[in-house]
Design a protein around this ligand. Sequence first.
Ligand SMILES: C[S@@+](CC[C@H](N)C(=O)[O-])C[C@H]1O[C@@H](n2cnc3c(N)ncnc32)[C@H](O)[C@@H]1O
Length: 304
Amino acid sequence: MTSPSTPLLALPELAARLRAAGCVFAEQEAALIADAARTPEELAVLVERRCAGSPLEHVLGWAKFCGLRVRVGEGVFVPRPRSEFLVREALALAGPGAVVVDLCCGSGALGAVLAAERPDLIVHAADIDAASVVCARRNLPGHPVHRGDLYDALPDELRGRIQVLVANVPYVPTHEIPLLPPEARVHEARQALDGGPDGLDLVRRVAADAGTWLAPGGRLLVEVSVRQIEAAVRIFAAGGLSCRVRTCAEWDATVVVGRQGAAGRGGSSGRSPARPAHSPDGGSITHSGPGKTSDSWPSAKRTT
Ligand SMILES: C[S@@+](CC[C@H](N)C(=O)[O-])C[C@H]1O[C@@H](n2cnc3c(N)ncnc32)[C@H](O)[C@@H]1O
């Protein structure tokens, strides 16, 4: 309902305000925000929030990810376009009816895409953050979303049964947090970004215990930065996982894929240190072919 005190803002005026506040894709954002608002009052509030620096996705309440509209509550990590590569890799590795876990799920965007594209998969998700779990439950109706510290969140029945474990853990080194854009630094939880001194604290913890949760031959996939590849491969090897590295130049995305030995953690191949060049997965592989169709979503320019 239009109140006399709140005149309806025209799109060009909205765009001008957003541009003045530093929004590069002002016209596109103005149209999206206008579409999201149910009343002129709400529109004014949303524009104000965006002009004050809230991420567009938090203002709208959703992000577009792999063609899905994923709900993203305030404070919840906004899924990055580059993580589409991680999802694609996971999809390629998941056999029919596989048990798949989206660990450190945030909004549950990765799990939601896996579930949407492959209804045959048994998808679980988990996160330590209460707001993220609430959000993920809305994005993953009909799929269990657990809350807790890494594997502590998972039901025991999943031990040794996970065929694909996707863990987009925080991996920004602590000293680089101040360099992040304010949209991330101010509006996303520190816990969602900070990976410790070298950014790999959580990767270490996830890889160390992956063997007890993965099925024989199961895969662990994590996203890291290019500078972290060598260390991440060593960490996976220390966890008894053979390893390969996949990269996508178009999305500036790097995914480390670890494979549990065929005998599982109890077997001899499960605990032996991995040597990438001789691994069953064929060592390091670089994929620089066409990444994904870009939908020219504004957040595609995010760099964190
Ligand atoms: C980089 S965000 C990724 C979120 C989501 N997977 C995505 O790609 O959009 C990392 C997530 O890990 C969660 N997290 C951080 N520490 C955790 C822990 N110890 N156990 C479980 N989740 C954790 C954060 O709450 C955050 O949602």
